[in-house]
Design a protein around this ligand. Structure first.
Ligand SMILES: NC(=O)c1ccc[n+]([C@@H]2O[C@H](COP(=O)([O-])OP(=O)(O)OC[C@H]3O[C@@H](n4cnc5c(N)ncnc54)[C@H](OP(=O)(O)O)[C@@H]3O)[C@@H](O)[C@H]2O)c1
Length: 323
């Protein structure tokens, strides 16, 4: 099978496409013919090992799992002898942040991993763009205990996490103000945002509205900057650690640091969450935003683009034609 692999940490050019042996499923595993995988900021971060701390997950000296790709969609090609949840021919999608493997024509995965039957109203290739951004958005929204009618500001509403957050917050009944650039004002309105602040013409911290939650989906702001637009008892959550890791230590000492709190939840991917997302897509409450597609052979270009932090929503590695 063809797979895009990396044997060393470094620039996008360390990615290469090779022929590997097709894996054999263990008794508890499925062999999946991959149709799509997303190329995410997690993938490019792991590849570059820019944050040395990521090597504790991926391998100190060199990558333990050479095939990246935590999001995947595809068709069950073969099942192990003990598999009960899926059968040959099932169309599935999922999130595998333990062993990755989406950047290949086939992958083997534990039947109990975070995956579900693919919704029938989205091309199977596109289902690969559902999990990662939505998973991180969902974990943060749940940790912030967002309730109906709350006022939430999403900064960076056009990224994979931000575009998911806007849709999920609307589903949970929040009033959403999205911050985006001029070219994406229409997109975030279409995703359901009630108000849009165009950061190219307006400083979002100068709005008169006070929020229950500030969700910085691209990790570019700080609680200090946002305090004046936060209610007395409100929450700030960011997808990045912040300067000197401040979001972690502020979250750890939150009970001593006043009523406006920083939270930094540790995300956990579950089957129930992926099934929940599949249902939201099927019922028309959620649709992943896809910026563009690359083939397996274009993996270097795909990594260069995703690393630029300019993608709108998700980038998909298309391995099989769209159904
Ligand atoms: N905490 C975790 O576990 C975790 C997991 C995965 C990812 N992350 C981090 O989460 C962040 C978001 O990931 P993602 O995949 O959603 O991001 P992404 O898709 O790469 O975000 C790109 C989008 O963000 C917008 N953006 C970039 N800089 C901006 C700024 N200064 N102000 C407003 N918008 C800006 C861009 O729009 P413009 O065209 O307007 O610039 C673009 O649409 C990344 O920093 C990633 O490393 C964290």
């Amino acid at each position: 099978m063809k797979a895009a692999i990396y044997k060393h940490y470094g620039s996008p050019e360390v990615m290469q496409v090779l022929d590997l042996e097709t894996p054999k499923p263990k008794p508890n595993e499925l062999l999946v013919r991959v149709h799509g995988a997303s190329v995410s900021r997690t993938d490019t971060g792991f590849r570059s090992a820019e944050y040395v701390v990521s090597r504790f997950w991926t391998g100190l000296i060199k990558p333990k799992c050479q095939v990246l790709g935590s999001d995947f969609s595809g068709v069950v090609e073969e099942i192990g002898s003990d598999v009960k949840r899926f059968k040959k021919g099932d169309k599935i999608f999922g999130f595998n942040d333990k062993t990755f493997g989406g950047y290949a024509q086939f992958l083997c995965i534990d039947e109990n991993a975070a995956m579900a039957n693919a919704p029938s109203n989205l091309a199977l290739v596109d289902c690969a763009a559902i999990p990662e951004g939505a998973h991180y958005a969902l974990n943060n929204i749940r940790a912030a205990k967002v309730s109906e009618g709350q006022n939430v500001l999403v900064y960076g509403a056009t990224g994979a996490i931000g575009s998911s957050a806007v849709q999920l917050l609307k589903y949970f009944g929040a009033h959403v103000t999205a911050v985006s650039n001029t070219k994406n004002v229409g997109l975030v309105k279409q995703l359901g945002a009630d108000e849009v602040i165009d950061y190219q013409t307006q400083d979002f911290t100068q709005t008169n509205t006070k929020f229950d939650l500030i969700f910085d989906a691209v990790g570019k702001s700080s609680i200090g900057q946002c305090r004046k637009i936060m209610k007395e008892q409100s929450i700030y959550v960011s997808t990045e650690l912040g300067k000197y890791g401040q979001n972690i230590w502020r979250a750890l000492f939150a009970s001593f640091l006043g009523k406006q709190k920083v939270i930094f939840p540790m995300p956990v991917a579950t089957t129930a969450d992926i099934e929940f997302l599949a249902k939201l897509v099927q019922d028309g409450h959620f649709k992943p935003v896809i910026d563009r597609y690359y083939s397996l052979d274009q993996i270097v270009e795909a990594h260069r683009f995703v690393q630029s932090a300019q993608k709108t929503g998700n980038v998909v590695l298309q391995i099989m034609p769209k159904d």
